[in-house]
Write a protein that binds this ligand. Structure first.
Ligand code: C5P
Length: 401
């Protein structure tokens, strides 16, 4: 329920504006008060009269309206609400927000507000995928703006793909979740992270260059959305984020045991760089140089944790996400890996040394799910984590158990 909550709803100029009428109706049904704001372009799609009637309140449209300014100045208007929601958030409105422009009432309110902001983007798939919009989305996420959607689907323009506004019920659920401790409150999310260390003898081990940065950022993003995060980490450089349950392991076999014991979880994110092989007969004594020459090391295959969890018939997480670190033909290899492992999503990234991704601050990923491949621009690992967490929220909201 949203009783006592006040939502400032900014309606942008897109065909999805008609859905915002339903959003208002449902917000009011749940007890919220709605103050609507229309951009000039929005008035081409919905009329001020219908908006005002459904909101049961005055509609604000003009930055320079003397009556409005006398009643409630725009600075005051930007701060009356508990949450500012932009639906539909057009590419233009997102660009203005990302740049900090303030040349109409909507953009001025968004720049002046000290209230949390949530946006529901809606635009043509090409516009959503354009690097400029993707840059703006990343910047807004870094600025703390919450996203609901967009989702993939048929568009009014006849095309198909991501860019469609989330359904009113999903938007209202995201708003309710915002006031209720985050959209993932009550969910258990498991994240594996870091390298594993596979012992050769008591002092030597086989490891890899994973810093654990992407895994730690993911755990932090899920925690910030209210999830109970179980963070299963190998010996990583990056410290675990605050507020998560940390379970430390060294080897792949220990990781499998700890992950299995942590089930059930709603979402499993397997970001660890697990060693595929361990030393078959790790020595319990330090290997010494001998006259017999260099020791031979025999390997044994490690359990594939992602594959084992994906193929559980009982207790499988609702959503299993794997990572694919590739150096060539990334999308083809990662798509095959998704099928081989049986997970729902694969987050593929190019870890060729020239990219500087392994051990670096940034990541450039392609998300592969049943619907195909979605390539994101290069951004910070933190921003990648936030976008993945947003995508998880949308998935869980749209996929009833
Ligand atoms: O097969 P590959 O190592 O490329 O697969 C990568 C994905 O599988 C990652 O999500 C990684 O965390 C997971 N994995 C695993 N257990 C292994 C090997 C990889 O969970 N033994």
């Amino acid at each position: 329920m949203l009783s006592g909550k006040h939502i400032l709803l900014i309606i942008g100029g897109g065909i999805a504006a008609f859905k915002s009428l339903d959003v208002m109706r449902r917000l009011r049904e749940q007890g919220a008060a709605v103050t609507p704001v229309l951009t000039r372009a929005a008035e081409e799609f919905v009329t001020p009269l219908s908006v005002s009637a459904l909101a049961g309140a005055k509609v604000y449209r003009d930055l320079f309206d003397l009556t409005d300014e006398a009643e409630m100045g725009h600075i005051q208007l930007s701060r009356v609400a508990d949450l500012v929601v932009v639906a539909p958030a057009t590419a233009d409105l997102m660009a203005k927000m990302a740049q900090g422009m303030a040349n109409d009432l909507a953009s001025t309110l968004l720049l002046a507000t000290d209230t949390p902001v949530m946006i529901a983007p809606a635009m043509n798939v090409r516009m959503w995928e354009h690097p400029a919009t993707q840059r703006n989305a990343t910047r807004l996420q870094d600025d703390g703006v919450a996203f609901v959607g967009p989702v993939a689907g048929d568009m009014a323009c006849g095309e198909f793909g991501p860019g469609r506004m989330s359904e009113p019920l999903e938007i209202v659920a995201a708003i309710a979740a915002h006031f209720d401790g985050g959209p993932l409150k009550g969910r258990r999310v498991l994240v594996t992270s870091g390298p594993t260390h596979e012992p050769i003898d008591p002092v030597r081990y086989i490891a890899n260059r994973s810093s654990g940065a992407q895994g730690a950022a993911l755990a932090e993003a899920f925690e910030a959305k209210g999830a109970h995060v179980i963070f299963v980490t190998g010996p990583a450089d990056c410290p675990p984020p605050a507020g998560v349950e940390v379970l430390r392991i060294e080897t792949a076999q220990q990781m499998l045991e700890v992950v299995t014991a942590a089930l059930p979880v709603d979402v499993g994110v397997f970001a660890a760089a697990v060693a595929d092989w361990r030393v078959a007969m790790a020595s319990d004594r330090k290997l010494k140089k001998t006259k017999d020459g260099i020791p031979e090391i025999a390997f044994a295959e490690n359990p594939d944790i992602l594959k084992e969890i994906s193929s559980l018939t009982q207790g499988r997480p609702r959503l299993v996400i794997g990572f694919a670190a590739e150096t060539d033909d990334m999308v083809a290899h990662a798509t095959a890996k998704r099928a081989r492992k049986g997970c729902d999503w694969i987050i593929a990234n190019d870890v060729s040394p020239a990219t500087g991704i392994m051990g670096g601050e940034e990541n450039a990923v392609t998300v592969i799910d049943a619907g195909g491949a979605d390539t994101w621009p290069r951004m910070s690992k933190k921003a990648v984590a936030e976008r993945i967490a947003d995508r998880v929220v949308s998935y869980l909201a749209a996929t009833p158990f």
